[in-house]
Design a binder for this molecule. Structure first.
Ligand code: HEM
Ligand code: HEM
Length: 178
């Protein structure tokens, strides 16, 4: 396997970006929904500490990944799927991932800054966490989280369909089940 993509496979760098981001995005969705759902303030604090650090990290990783595609590498040719439409849908879902992930990171940082919650979260300051719904970025953050779940379901459903049903071995393109 090469560092950069070949005509029919993603390269090592793209594969590393993909799976590190995928792992942390699943953890971010879980920790975000769990933080909002729990009634235990200590558990909420703990979840959000992890969530904020991981969220900023995924934002930076996604900028790095976009820069990688812009300046250093080109994606492999699309899978010769059942129709041009399915390739176009995949490309739109991939592009939307970047937009929504960067939007989530920006709205998360905006929400935290406007609420001034950094001191309670990380500075050991006494007091309760605020109600983040008092701050505008909370609205796109909540909507983006749900959109991300829909994109993830479409993406994983599409990948499994092409790999298992159509036997196009798309998972091997991104480093799995060679
Ligand atoms: C939240 C988690 C995930 C995100 C954000 C994500 C995002 C992406 C993006 C943006 C691409 C295009 C390549 C790139 O721009 O780097 C891609 C490719 C791919 N992903 Fe994911 N992915 C996620 C999870 C998964 C999972 C769990 C699977 C497996 C079931 C998967 C399977 C694939 C495959 C097979 C490709 C290659 C598609 C092709 O052949 O062109 N992804 N993913
Ligand atoms: C890709 C990155 C991110 C994802 C996928 C994500 C996901 C989520 C999810 C699923 C929720 C629960 C939403 C709901 O139930 O309506 C949430 C809440 C939250 N997120 Fe994020 N998040 C990300 C980045 C960030 C960042 C960078 C920050 C701060 C710097 C942040 C701060 C928060 C806070 C404070 C809440 C709790 C809001 C509340 O208690 O009402 N998030 N996030």
């Amino acid at each position: 396997m090469t560092l950069k993509c070949t005509a029919d496979r993603y390269g090592q760098v793209a594969i590393l970006f993909h799976w590190i981001a995928a792992l942390f995005i699943v953890l971010l969705l879980a920790s975000g929904f769990r933080a909002v759902g729990t009634l235990d303030p200590a558990a909420r604090l703990l979840m959000l500490r992890f969530h904020v650090v991981a969220g900023v990290m995924v934002g930076v990783l996604t900028l790095g990944r976009a820069a990688w595609w812009m300046f250093a590498d080109r994606k492999p040719a699309p899978v010769a799927g059942p129709s041009a439409l399915s390739g176009r849908i995949a490309a739109i879902v991939h592009a939307l991932f970047y937009v929504v992930i960067l939007g989530m990171a920006a709205s998360g940082i905006g929400m935290l800054a406007l609420a001034g919650a950094g001191a309670v979260l990380f500075g050991g300051a006494a007091g309760e966490l605020p109600d983040f719904w008092n701050y505008l970025p909370r609205v796109p953050h909540g909507a983006g989280a749900r959109l991300l779940v829909v994109l993830l379901l479409l993406h994983v459903g599409g990948a499994l369909y092409h790999h298992v049903v159509r036997r196009e071995r798309v998972l091997a393109r991104i480093g799995l089940f060679r």
